[in-house]
Design a protein around this ligand. Structure first.
Ligand SMILES: NC(=O)c1ccc[n+]([C@@H]2O[C@H](COP(=O)([O-])OP(=O)(O)OC[C@H]3O[C@@H](n4cnc5c(N)ncnc54)[C@H](O)[C@@H]3O)[C@@H](O)[C@H]2O)c1
Ligand SMILES: N[C@@H](CCO)C(=O)O
Ligand code: NA
Length: 438
């Protein structure tokens, strides 16, 4: 059997993991593929001490791999937008299949890349791009293919979840835990992508396209990070029976699709509330299957390599059958003709329940005024906690509301913040019950 020849570009955390998994499990992988999968060439700038490249063809120029006639599959693991885009388009132009872990690339340039790949009849596979080692793309695109997907909600950034978990459990400082996540190879080259929700929004964009058959629209995703969540919010949420997680949420509604990443209170008893450390989990609601959950390592060298290598295996099997890629890139067939134009909703149109924390001067009537503002906006209060006031101090007031439209809440917050007896900005964290009906 003719081997399938792979060119690896980038030998960092994921590149190194991919090299090692492909090498170590070569026999089993060959049996699954029905033919050997060999590493033809490796392009890297910095050597990886974990990888023994003895006897292999290497280069410092990734474009050599993209144009090498002896490479069947280019594996893009350099990251970033610009060079990666050019590299992938060059490889496609040269008739190569592409496997990538780069969610930024797919979320931002995916539509263009899939058009080019479709025209050339090559595969572009990206399982590692969403939730690292969890085969969620395959589950959504193939396993749930019978369903109308109602919503997707997930913890899809390992670094952020690692930080939230260790801050809560060990009372450690944000910067300290972030440095640890970077040392473990979980963080993006620019860790603000992790902390500010950009990485999660890249992944959510991809999941939504596959779930609903819409074009990739990263620019329309609402993105809010975890850097403003305080220890006080974590404690108050806990008192109320909730855990704060950084969630990516996409729901189908009558008006269009919600597409949003933000800190979220979720009831403690939900499985998602119990996903800790670098683990990711994605809950998917399908009309036929009901609620399903996909859980595992969302980052790290070998967990991510597990998905990269599974994609290489898929490509190898497809080459063996010698027909056009049997599963479309974004699950719905065709490139543009079969995608739905379901609009992505502006954030102010979404529905949510809310946790609010305000600091008030301890004076009669303040609470009544806050309640009036909320009620004028049609917002009803579900729970209220007012802490004991110490002489002359500001008192924190915690409010949980029922579901309302975001723009009503924006207006209520604007009016509350304008009150003379309220100090500083109002903290607002959205709440998701993740009910089966929602
Ligand atoms: N680290 C993870 O856990 C993880 C998980 C899933 C997806 N990803 C994605 O995988 C990709 C790689 O991430 P990583 O964590 O391995 O990053 P990394 O920084 O560890 O590795 C990237 C490597 O590519 C090399 N490189 C960059 N530009 C190059 C060029 N032009 N020519 C040659 N080499 C070049 C760098 O020198 C570096 O060694 C990114 O797209 C990232 O988003 C990472
Ligand atoms: N930086 C990403 C890597 C996996 O995509 C994370 O922490 O989840
Ligand atoms: Na995955």
């Amino acid at each position: 059997m003719k081997p399938v020849r792979v060119g690896i570009c980038g030998l960092g955390t994921v590149g190194g993991g991919t090299f090692n998994v492909l090498t170590r499990n070569a026999d089993d992988i060959a049996r699954r593929a029905g033919r050997p999968i060999v590493i033809e060439q490796v392009a890297y700038r910095t050597p990886n001490p974990e990888c023994d490249l003895t006897g292999l063809k290497t280069t410092a120029d990734v474009f050599e791999v993209a144009t090498n006639p002896d490479v069947d599959v280019l594996v893009e693991l350099i990251g970033g937008y610009d060079v990666a885009r050019e590299l992938v388009l060059t490889a496609i132009e040269h008739g190569k299949h592409v496997v990538t872990a780069n969610k930024a690339l797919i979320a931002v340039h995916g539509n263009e890349i899939f058009e080019a790949a479709h025209a050339k009849g090559v595969i572009v596979a990206f399982e590692a791009a969403v939730a690292g080692g969890i085969p969620v793309i395959k589950s959504l695109r193939e396993g749930l293919g019978a369903n109308r997907i109602e919503w997707v909600a997930g913890i899809i950034n390992g670094t952020g979840n690692y930080i939230l978990t260790h801050m809560r459990d060990e009372g450690r400082a944000f910067e300290d835990v972030l440095a640890e996540a970077q040392a473990l190879g979980y963080a993006e080259a620019d860790p603000t992508f992790d902390v500010e929700g950009i990485d999660a929004a890249h992944k959510l964009t991809i999941l939504a396209s596959i779930a609903y058959g819409v074009p990739l629209q990263f620019e329309k995703a609402y993105t809010e990070g975890i850097s403003r969540v305080t220890a006080e919010d974590v404690e108050q949420a806990d008192n109320l029976g909730y855990v704060i997680k950084h969630l990516g949420i996409s729901k189908r509604t009558d008006l269009g699709l919600e597409l949003r990443v933000h800190p979220t209170l979720i009831p403690k008893e939900r499985l998602l509330a119990n996903v800790h450390g670098v683990k990711n989990a994605i809950a998917v609601m399908g009309d036929a299957v009901g609620p399903t959950l996909y859980y595992g390592a969302g980052a790290g060298a070998e967990p991510t390599a597990s998905s990269v290598v599974a994609d290489i295996l898929d490509v190898a099997r497809d080459i063996a059958t010698d027909h056009h890629y049997r599963v479309p890139y974004l699950a719905f067939s065709g490139i543009s003709e079969d995608v739905s134009q379901l609009p992505i909703m502006p954030m102010e149109e979404i529905h949510s329940a809310y946790y609010l924390r305000l600091l008030a001067v301890d004076r009669p009537g303040v609470l009544a005024r806050v309640a009036t503002i909320l009620s004028e906006q049609g917002i009803s209060i579900e729970a209220l906690i007012q802490k004991e006031a110490t002489e002359g101090e500001l008192v924190p007031i915690i409010l949980m509301t029922h579901r309302t439209v975001e723009k009503q809440m924006n207006e209520a917050i604007r009016q509350i913040e304008a009150m003379a007896d309220i100090a500083g900005p109002v903290t607002r964290i959205r709440v998701e019950s993740l009910d089966e009906q929602e």
